[in-house]
Write a protein that binds this ligand. Sequence first.
Ligand SMILES: Cc1ncc(COP(=O)(O)O)c(C=O)c1O
Length: 461
Amino acid sequence: MKALGYQVIDMIVDHMQDIPNKNPIAKAGRSEMDWLLHEPLPEEGMEATKVLDIVSKTILSNSALLNHPKFYSFVPSPSNYISVLADTLATGFNIFSGAWTSSPGAAELELLTINWLLKLVGFPIREGGGIFVSGGSMANLTALVTARHEKLGEDFGDACIYFSDQTHSSVDRALLIIGFKKSQFRKIPCDEQFRIPLDKLKKQIAADRADGKQPFCLIANAGTTNTGAVDPLYQLATLCRQEKLWMHVDAAYGGGALLARQSQKIMAGIELADSVTIDPHKWFYQPYEIGAVLVRNHEWLAGTFRMNPEYLRDVKGNAEEINFYDHGVQLTRRLRALKFYMSVKTYGLGTFRRAVENSLTLAEQVAEHLKSKSCWEIVAPPSLAVINFRLKPEGFPSDKLDELNQFVSDQIISSQQAMLATTIIHGKKVLRMCLINPATKLDDVMETITLLEGFGEVFEG
Ligand SMILES: Cc1ncc(COP(=O)(O)O)c(C=O)c1O
């Protein structure tokens, strides 16, 4: 057991050290993977080291490296070694994090680490609460079930939900899962800065009220996926109070920015929300899967999710001793808090803070560089370390710019030098960089930009 374990640790450490020399992109198609892996269900076992070898050659080597310094797309995932070990411990001890009686240590740790997040957000510690879930999608779903329960009960046919057209698709999905119809969504087109416009929002709410509908919930963004935009949280919170709307803030991506001095102002107002999604597996450097939903009043979670089945009577305990199975969707839960705890204790929050601040600075430096060159257009300036830009050589036909930028993105991906996908901003196809990996240096980005310029010249030629 130990020899096999040491081998696994060696593989992980070697991999982590070698990431910058590896290819960030996974290219294998379905038929290739079928050919590599498909086999009948094995009746007989084989040596564990041989299985490890298969895994190494077929599965691990066919995975994109979202923590590669040149993986700029989606939300990169810069993990950390301490949390990897914490996850290993949590799995090795197979801790059941549902009931207090089965794991008081785990429950207390979740209370402690959720309190840390409550403090970061500015929610009240004693009244506030929260729970770790698999990620942002599950956190948004958990928050919206809670909002629906608290505000509407079981009768929600006339309710309307407000959010900008830049809101993450997990919100649409969560609303559909929990039984809202698309006709109840009020997706407000964003303004020039990709934020929800207050005037349009107010008009829509008024129109819905006049129509006999029930405005119920606003979902604000603190870091949109496309551009890192932050909605005007403070004004939205004021409006929500006036209109008696539940305010949920999706800070799944942007939550890490709460650490940085530069972003205190833009994030102000988040503390006035009713619920917040934050994903430690994004900008808090945690390996998958750890998301968090935080609520202003912890009783809302238990009030929504508690079921009291007869077979759990004996583990119910008292009100002080929290059973996290009462606070969310999952009964059987792994110990997610451990990696957050161990990594913050080991590195200190200051290390995370400096890393977030450096990423914000890096995005500004990249913007300065792009501005200094006439062939680039910045379509959305850096916000929370996300920047959107496109090649726009002087005199180049504007109706061919989308094609040009798709071409350079395709070329860089097939060269396997960097992962840089496109998105659509204000109807323009752009290159989107999310620069949250502390391993990404200005030189890495410069190299990538030079490569893109070269591909652009090939297209023009
Ligand atoms: C703003 C935002 N919300 C929610 C999510 C969904 O999070 P997850 O992928 O962890 O489910 C994402 C994912 O990128 C996101 O960027």
